[in-house]
Design a protein around this ligand. Structure first.
Ligand code: SIN
Length: 317
């Protein structure tokens, strides 16, 4: 039987970073090495079948933009539709990787595996982690039972829904919170510790195809002494949605809560998430502000933008 292609899409990040000194793991410039050059340094990648590569962007993921997301989703859809493609690996910076993973799961709802991977050390490091991460990601993308968007870093497989960057420096920089990882890649083999997540995102969002302007949705945080000042400033400039990273189980300083309720009454969509790393906001029946249904603040923001886009698309249809 003819082996199917693995597609590798490069977007930049530390995995493509360069430093002036091989011992420097932090003073580098991200997104310098092209995807073809990165893969040329990993000959073992080709052992499991043919590989095709494409550079979709070359950015530090702190600068991730809606334009890059739109293009990435288009290339993912394009390659997934091909019968000769088994799965996709995307090399990405770690800083906004969890947002891209959630976004791609929401807008592509892939039935084949789409595996985001990354590195915490630049390509020029004495011991870079990128090549092993790419090899592990390829193993997952070629795994029979794999589907949907997942993240592979430091030998651990995380679902797009749960994954979160939890460390600023260590190679194992991601966690899956209460849910835990899907499994591990060990010496080229998968060891799953839970069922492969199905339909991680509860709605298929196709709206970005029709939208020229992404709705403005911002994140604000609750903290000691919080006020309504930021909410009022954002409402005055026409914000469409607000996600609040609340304290604990979704609690809000009364001044911030008043501002959010006024914004909501004025037509701004408001969603309540938590700044806690683990757990989720457990709603009460009389909550005035909807909870994020377990999504972290950054993912709740993506979901809210997509919801507003879908609403706009329906309105203009
Ligand atoms: C980035 O997110 O592009 C830079 C940081 C990293 O990849 O670790």
């Amino acid at each position: 039987m003819k082996l199917q292609n693995l597609v590798i899409l490069g977007t930049g990040g530390t995995i493509a970073g360069q430093a002036g000194n091989a011992l420097d793991n932090i003073g580098y410039t991200a997104a310098q090495v092209g995807i073809e050059q990165l893969l040329a340094a990993i000959p073992a990648l080709h052992r499991s079948g043919p590989v095709m590569a494409e550079q979709v962007s070359q950015i530090d993921s702190k600068d991730m933009s809606f334009a890059v997301w739109t293009r990435l989703a288009e290339r993912v859809r394009h390659f997934l539709a091909r019968d000769d493609v088994q799965g996709i690996v995307i090399t990405h910076g770690t800083d906004t990787l969890e947002e891209t993973a959630y976004f791609l799961q929401a807008v592509c709802q892939p039935h084949k595996p789409v595996v985001l991977t990354c590195a915490m050390r630049p390509a020029t490091a004495l011991a870079p982690d990128g090549p092993q991460n790419v090899l592990d990601a390829a193993v997952v993308a070629r795994h029979e039972g794999a589907r949907g968007v997942v993240v592979v870093c430091a030998g651990t497989i995380h679902s797009a829904l749960d994954v979160q960057k939890v460390h600023t420096y260590q190679l194992d920089a991601f966690g899956s919170g209460d849910a835990g990882p899907i499994g591990y890649v060990e010496e080229g083999k998968l060891r799953l510790v839970r069922n492969w997540p199905l339909a991680q995102v509860p709605y298929a969002q196709d709206a970005i195809k029709n939208v020229a302007n992404w709705p403005q949705v911002e994140i604000i945080m609750n903290y000691a002494g919080a006020s309504a000042a930021l909410v009022q400033a954002l409402v005055a400039q026409g914000v469409r949605g607000l996600v609040v990273a609340a304290t604990g189980n979704g609690t809000l300083h009364h001044a911030l809560q008043d501002g959010l309720l006024q914004a909501q009454a004025a037509g701004v969509r408001v969603v309540r998430s938590t700044r806690c790393v683990n757990g989720r906001v457990l709603p009460l029946s009389d909550d005035a502000i909807q909870d994020s249904q377990g999504l972290s603040p950054v993912k709740a923001r993506v979901a809210l933008m997509l919801e507003l886009m879908a609403r706009d698309a329906r309105g203009s249809a």
